[in-house]
Write a protein that binds this ligand. Structure first.
Ligand SMILES: [Zn+2]
Length: 322
């Protein structure tokens, strides 16, 4: 998989998971190869109420020029004292900033996480947190919803089911209920610096995606792939290109690179290299391109000035106002 034909531009990957401190050199080698100038390490809570935050801080201590950090909320104190959740969560934005984090990451809008931690995003528990994030203009990356297929037992892929992402038994919030929670939060906090991961799972409905961005001027989408996201775009290449040009200030390059596949499987490295190759091919290629073993995809051939924003400029504006 060749990266040499892509534009030589500064690249900030806004969506990278770093869970294993012992794999720091492997992840660095991957970032060099892709190449990626700097990665935003997005931390999430573990099911045992620890978080990825210590691993991210470890990376930053060794390679401060290669990463930005988006911290996870720490639910350990909340589990010990639910009544104090609003206060305990609200204080964490400032605490993360003081520790050297550049923003917050929340996986709490993913149905699996939302069921495990039954706190509505628009409920009392998070009310003070959203207010603090908005007041401090501290950016947050939020995973909300998931691909439609995961709510449908017939269409849910086996790998998703094995990960616990089959939501068809009725015990999970619906996709629309999760979107409604985000709408309520934004109605109360219209200047929140919010980035919705994975294009907000709206790649199959570009008019709705456009309406959402129009209604919420401080919201961005990241381009970390989900299931069929780039196939969705490829099915309507002209509409996708119009969208990317019109919302060129609202889209952040992101891959979802993750050290967990490296830890699980010896082929993880090859799999991971394919993701930035796919996204960059989509953004830069004018016409058809092929990911081995996949149906042909259609690239957007975006102009250099637009690529510069999506690859780095938009992240720098959202996170650092420059
Ligand atoms: Zn992710």
């Amino acid at each position: 998989m060749d990266f040499s034909h892509f534009r030589r531009l500064p690249i900030i990957d806004s969506h990278v998971h770093f869970v294993h401190p012992e794999r720091m050199d492997q992840l660095l080698a991957l970032l060099d190869e892709v190449p990626c100038t700097r990665a935003n390490l997005v931390c999430i809570p573990n099911p045992d109420a620890t978080t990825h935050n210590p691993a991210a801080l470890f990376f930053k201590r060794h390679h401060p020029q290669r990463v930005y950090l988006s911290g996870a909320l720490d639910y350990a104190p909340v589990l010990a004292d639910w009544d104090a959740a609003p206060r305990l969560l609200a204080g964490q934005a400032a605490a993360l900033k003081a520790q050297g984090f550049d923003g917050l990451k929340m996986i709490e809008g993913k149905p699996q996480a939302r069921k495990l931690l039954p706190l509505p995003l628009d409920g009392e528990a998070y009310a003070g947190l959203w207010a603090a994030l908005e007041a401090a203009q501290f950016p947050v990356v939020l995973h909300v919803a998931d691909p439609d297929e995961f709510w449908d037992a017939q269409r849910c892929p086996d790998w998703a089911r094995q990960s616990g992402w089959d939501y068809s038994d009725g015990s999970y919030p619906s996709k629309e209920a999760l979107y409604a929670e985000v709408e309520h939060v934004l109605a109360r906090h219209p200047t929140l610096k919010l980035t919705l991961a994975h294009f907000a799972f709206l790649s199959g409905d570009l008019p709705r995606a456009a309406g959402f961005l129009d209604a919420h001027p401080t919201v961005c989408f990241d381009l970390a792939p989900h299931l069929d996201m780039y196939h969705d775009f490829s099915r309507a290449p002209a509409a996708a290109r119009d969208f990317f040009l019109r919302y060129q200030d609202r889209l952040l390059y992101g891959t979802d690179l993750d050290t967990r596949p490296l830890a699980r499987n010896p082929d993880g490295y090859a799999f991971l290299r394919a993701i930035p190759w796919l996204i960059r091919s989509f953004l830069e290629t004018d016409g058809e391109f092929n990911l081995p073993g996949q149906p042909a995809l259609r690239g957007l051939g975006l102009p250099q000035a637009v690529l510069e924003k999506i690859y780095a400029g938009n992240f720098e504006r959202v996170y650092f106002g420059r």
